[in-house]
Design a protein around this ligand. Sequence first.
Ligand code: HAM
Length: 416
Amino acid sequence: MISRVKGTQDFLDLTLFNFVINQIKKHLATYHFTEIATPIIEPVDLFKRSLGIYTDVVTKEMFLIDTGERKEKICLRPEATASTVRAFIENNIQQIPWKVFSHGPMFRYERPQKGRYRQFHQITIEIIGSRAMAQDSQLIKMIDRFFHEILQLNNYALHINFLGCFDDRKVYRELLKDFLEGPKAAGICDRCKERTQRNIMRTFDCKNPQCQSIYRNAPFIADNLCKACDQEWQHVQNDLALLAVSHAYNPTLVRGLDYYNKTVFEFVSPQLGAQDAFCGGGRYDQLVGQLGAKEDQPSIGAAIGIERLLLLLEQCKDKLPLPTLPSLQVIIPMSDAQYSLALLLADTLQAYDLVVDILFEGSLKSRMRKANKMGATYVLILGQEEQEAKEVTVKHMVTGEEKRIAQVNVVDYLKK
Ligand code: HAM
């Protein structure tokens, strides 16, 4: 047997998955977002230039595609923000702000565990070209409303932090470096020491409890903002309070990708275990310029991790208005002599939007049992007698009532 690739999944029932996608489409339409789709394969450089060359995603987790002698450097996308920005620039979009969303598979070569896969799915929501901080609060409210009101989730928290402008971060990095290289941080792990040199703010992501206890005394960026940023940070918090979005300030939330500045946030749930974030996002004011546009476009966005969201929903899906299965009719031709008639009858019923299956093989008894298991409402039996009389025997599977009716009247009968 050939097994599926490590870290991937087979989805054998997409009811909940499709429900989430359909609901988010409806929800985002009310906020005036447009759906787009970008390729799954992209140039490697797109992610090097956007996520940052020292991020884990770029250094360790890229699915690179071997193009042989053509030597094209392409990869499977690890996320979709960079692709959305590329599409914005490449298609010369003039409509600003560009409010778009997309969904699809992403690929990261991570160590698989509960809620962490090598192929996973995201819904990516981006607003490109808006400086207003009120946009941040509205985006967060919109996502929170989706989780709370539409998907009826309760057991989650919204963590938020403010990373300031790029000048703030320059000053702050020095402050943090002094702390991390000073006596108070003598006990940090080797990985954090390495990160101090390469990607200093990511030291906060370390899961080691000793490092975490040391970082409680570190200087935090939100306490070291310039005046303008500090005011913006206050605005975001005030607007979230105004919109009744409960949130917790998390001073060590820095996010794993380099393009962020100012507002960053994550929706987390203790029900998910170690991989507890099921949505993450933030502002990225310089990415459009960084990826080659003449003009910068301040932007903000977020991505929902569908697999992790489904893990949460599995436990409370009874509350959701999931689509019910349509009524099923099963046709049973008694022998091969009635196969063609069965095809014709099914074809006619399906043209009237009735859901029909034909059971060709097995004894009548076993096919009746199978139809029952399939949840059929009616079974339509076609034997030699029915064929000659241009009739069909219709059996209601719940009441057991059986009737012979003319084939020309079957649609009317079932539709009633
Ligand atoms: P991210 O935090 O890397 O952000 O991913 C967003 C979400 O995708 C995570 O919160 C998680 O639910 C899910 N996710 C990430 N990696 C995996 C994995 N290996 N297995 C399962 N789920 C995973 C981004 O991707 C940014 N592009 C978000 C964004 C959009 N920022 C601005 N706009």
